[in-house]
Every structure is written in C-alpha cells, then in structure tokens.
Design a protein around this ligand. Sequence first.
Ligand SMILES: Nc1ncnc2c1ncn2[C@@H]1O[C@H](COP(=O)(O)OP(=O)(O)OP(=O)(O)O)[C@@H](O)[C@H]1O
Ligand SMILES: [Mg+2]
Length: 517
Amino acid sequence: MTSLERSADGGTPPPLRLEMRSIGKAFGPVVVLDDVGLSCAAGEVHAICGENGAGKSTLMKVLGGVYTPERGEILIDGKVVRFAHPAEAREAGIGIIHQELSLLPYRSVAENIFVGREPNRSGVIDRAALRAQTLEILARVGSSIDPDVECARLSVAEQQVVEIAKALSLNARILVLDEPTAPLDSVESAKLFKLIDELRRKGVALLYISHRMAEVFDIADRITVLKDGRRMAVLPAAEADVDTVVRFMVGRDVSDFYPPRAQTLPGEPVIVLEQAGNEELDGVDLTIRAGEIVGVAGLESSGKIALARAIFGDLPFTRGTVRFADGRGAPRSPREATRRGIGYLPDDRKRDGLGLRQSLRDNAALTLRAMAGAFMSPTRQARSHAHIDALLLRVDVRAASFDLPVEALSGGNQQKVVIARWLALKPRLWVVCEPTRGIDVVAKAAVYRILRDYANAGGAVLMVSSDVTEVIGLSDRICVMAAGRLVAQLAADASEETVIAHALQSHRTLGEPEAMQ
Ligand SMILES: Nc1ncnc2c1ncn2[C@@H]1O[C@H](COP(=O)(O)OP(=O)(O)OP(=O)(O)O)[C@@H](O)[C@H]1O
Ligand SMILES: [Mg+2]
C-alpha cells in the first residue's frame, strides 16, 4: 500500500515533498509550459504523460535548474526554492536522469559517478576510496558493473544504471526518471521497477515519464497528463485506465493502433541467411521475403542488435552463407549496404549522428545527399527539399519550422527525423531497430502505418525491438534471439508470455557457458 492510498484511508496525509505551482516557460514566442502545476509526496511515484512535445522534459528541466521559468514557483518540503543553476537543484536533493543520457564517454564509471567530488587525500584523488565507494553505490542498485570501465564501452542500459547510481550517491530525495525504460529490455526494466519500489519505500519522491502506458499503470500512484504545455488532468492510477489517459493526452480516442497485417502471401526472398555467424551470432537461419515484417525479440545481450548490424554490413559475418536478392553476399560496410538498397534505423539516434545543430530538413536529407554525391544542381536541390518536406510531414514531425535545429525538437520528434531520413532512400530491405523508442502513442501508430505501407508496397522489414508488445502487434512473423542464436520462430499470434519465455530460457544459460552445448 502506498503512502497516498494510506492518506485516502483517512490516515495522516503524506507530506508533499515537491510542489510546482503555475509554471510558465516560453522559448522565444513559443509557449512551452502554461500555468502547469505538479506535486509529489514522499514515497509517491508520480507519472507524467503526454505526446511528444507536450512539455514533460521541459517541466523537469525547470525543476532541475536547467531552465529558469518566467512564471510560477517551486516548493520543496513547503519552502520556496529558486535554482539559478543545475548544481543548486542537485544540492536541494533533486536528481534527474535525463532522457538523453549524458555521461562523459571516456571517463570511467567511478569518475562519472563522483565527477567533481572525488574522494581525495591531500588534494590527490584517492583511487582506492573512489573504487570502494563506487562499488558500494553500484551494489545499492544491484549492479555488478566494473567501476573502472570506460562509460563509452557500456550498453545503453548499463549507462542508465550508472546515471541512477550517480543520482543516488547525491542523496536525491526527489528523483526524476525521464523515459528510463526506453532503452531497456524486459529483464532490465523489471530490475529498474524493483529499484524504484525500494526508493519509494525509503520515502524518495519519484517523477516518472514514459510513453509505455502499461508500465505507467504498473508503478504510478498518480498520473499527470500534459497537452501542448498545459495540465489536462491529475488522476489516481487506481481509478483511471489507458484509454482515459490517452484521451486526455491526444484529445480523442486512438483506435486501430496496429495496422492490419499483410493480406497477401509474402513474395520472393530478399535475404537468406544459412548458419550465419560471427563473434556475436551463431548458426542463424533466416529468410526475409518482400512484403513482410519480421519482428525480432530478445533481451539486451541476445544478439538481436548484432544481427541487425551484421545484415547492414556494420559487423562482418564470418561463418555460414548470406544471399541477397541481388545475388551477392553480405555487404562489407554500411555504405555498401545503403547503395544496395538496404536501409537501417539504429537503436541509438545519438550514435547515428543526428547533427543536433543542423536543421531537421538537412538532417533528413543527409543520407540522400550522401548517396547522390557531393554536388547537386539548384533545381535538384529544390526538388529534394520538397521531397524531404513531404516525408517529414508524412512521419508527422511536429515542429514550428523545418529550418529549426534538431536539438530544439522533443525526443520523439528527433526519432521521426531519423525515420524520414531512411525512408527517403526507398530501401528494398529495411532493418529497423527500436523504431518507436521515445515516441508517443499517436506517433507510434504513425510509425507502424509507415512500416506496414512500406511492406505492402513490396519492401521487406526486419524490426528489432525490446518492446515485446509491439513485436507481436506489428509483425507477420516473430523471431526470438537468445545468446546469439535464433531460438524460436513464432507465428504472429504468439502470446507475450511465449515470446518472453523463449527469450528468458536461454538467457539463464548465458552466465553458464558450459551449459550452452
Ligand atoms: N531549447 C529549446 N528551444 C526551443 N524550443 C524548445 C527547446 N526545448 C524544447 N523546445 C520545445 O518545447 C516543446 C516541449 O518539448 P519537451 O522536450 O519538453 O517535450 P516532451 O514532452 O518531453 O516530449 P517527448 O515525449 O518527445 O520527449 C517542444 O515543442 C519543443 O520543440
Ligand atoms: Mg521529453
């Protein structure tokens, strides 16, 4: 029973740890937050929901001292506070795990957690103490990451854990998690929820942003819904349902979320893998045909991303055979893959090199231009402009102007720019990793529609996703990966339990190589 439920029973009302009152924030002429209020009690998990661009992250950045609001006030434990700098918010006990992770890539885990406040002895960093304290804090979050490893070498999920450990080491009493599960698989997410539950019991006030409705209802006590910078509702989770929240978010019902599956039989094989393998993959047999969407599920370490990268030429196959429709073998580089009509959507848009300072139009046009060569006549450039703009509209990018730099877009809208970029190439086979990471319900439905239309027009899709629900909802066929192997191929109507069971069964053998024969 949570503290808020206790208060509803008539017990002592829990103290409000945080209150944000009438917050107003604009960027130039654009009002992003308009009279927004938000409160969170000690021991409460308060979810914030809203479409891409609704203002969720901005509200959290106001709380974290990143932005100064033009209006409104913030109270912690009933006292008004003002933050001129993120460091002041940190000192007041606010920890924020931002949507875009921000660890220093070439520093170690320990250095990242204790940056600027490393334990020292007469002015020299005490390495032994640093390591010991890092181990202690990592143990608190149930992690066995090596404190000395460089953060660049960690998976996104591990980086997430380091960010949380860092916030906890600062004794955060208010912890903000801005889409923490977007890069996590079901096992990692479950671990995070356990951790959240422990923090809640210790009296931390938790603010939780997510586009995954099921998990919001699993862990939240209350849900605040934002739309276009305004607060539409505050709902006790126990009294609300997904449809209600979505209606407040979007202003209408969202029906036919997943488009109907392929009505015709798939066509010719676009790629055939036989016993294909390399350092991370082993004995993969897989055929993908024109007109079908093949979904790949699996845990973080299952090899599902390795499979995607290998097909795209980003990781060589060293065993078995690979045949493409063009009669050739596996591409030897992403560049060759792109030339041969293989599209890609990377799982981490930061690594895909979205030029954050460049306009969204330039970003969307990037791959196309690279393929067309460095020179383009002014007429072709104008035509490609119109083409790119049409694509950006089709993927439903919400921005005041396509000339804005990408960094001014909300996270979900950035993802849509990457999708447009690859769609522009009209690939024959499209390998998409985590296509809806960080995307809201409406945009998700739009992305599913785009992928299905693309398949219906004869394209072949290999979709890798850690969101099992979407793998089942969208795919014509489901592959499950575990320990570098394709352990199951299931029909589209497989249940979530079946998919997860296959993914987990072999996962257990991962730590015990002797059992892998
Ligand atoms: N630095 C900035 N300059 C100009 N506009 C900005 C800036 N940061 C955010 N915005 C705009 O403010 C609005 C709210 O953005 P915010 O990032 O808060 O959305 P969000 O609710 O977190 O969305 P998402 O679910 O996509 O992460 C968007 O329209 C965005 O384009
Ligand atoms: Mg956001």
